[in-house]
Design a binder for this molecule. Sequence first.
Ligand SMILES: [Zn+2]
Length: 274
Amino acid sequence: MLVNMKAMLEKAMNENYAVPACNVDNEHNLRAAIQAAEETNSPLILNVTPVANPDIIYFGRIATDLIRQSKCSIALNLDHGKTFEACIAGLRAGFTNIMIDRSTLPLNENIEQVKEMVKIVHSQGCTVEAELGHVGFGQEEKNDRSVLTRVDEAIEFVERTQIDALAVAIGTAHGVYQGEPHIQFDLLHELRSALPIPLVLHGGSGTGDQNLKRCAHEGINKINLSNDLKRSAIANLICRDLSGNEVYNLYPLLAEGFKNKIEYYIKLFGCSQK
Ligand SMILES: [Zn+2]
């Protein structure tokens, strides 16, 4: 079942759990992710980023077709739509949620650009996620408090833009970390009680199971995962003896490792059977 994120994440917000949002970029990991949702009877979000798969229109066609055949509620999210054109391409390709990333702009410009896009996306029956504060990359991590989300700005941002979910910067980063990140749980609690909409965590991979479990139960409702899933896929391949016929199982083995890790996170985040 192809759905947008609204009802899915509002339920997660009311019942204190998080839905994994898994980056997929080909038919194998797409099918593996859908299978993980089915085996755990869980809702799921599939992230596609134009960086990993620039042919959004064609991939969107495959993804929406496969998702419609599933009995689980699955949202297809265009992750980090950096340009107006990319967001519109996402809508044309059948994506049900558009993540608009204007987080590097000053607050007012961020609000104005997101607000315009919200009107367009909502008119198509789809939902919008935007980011406030800035979730950078692991390598450039500097414990810089100025990039964290501010509560007063978040309240204004949500009110003025009418977005459906907000990606917050509370100490995680994209990509690979040097050590485990320091999550600002106090800030998360403040944001949760101040805002009426579901919150999103980017850069879930490498954050550590205990941190992620706490986030899922203390105010985050969508957790983005990419790196960890790919590592699990590769680990499932390299532990095999590929000298014989098993080499023909290259893609199924990668998909199996990918699927197992998603199922692991579905259970960790309390999303199973939801
Ligand atoms: Zn992100």
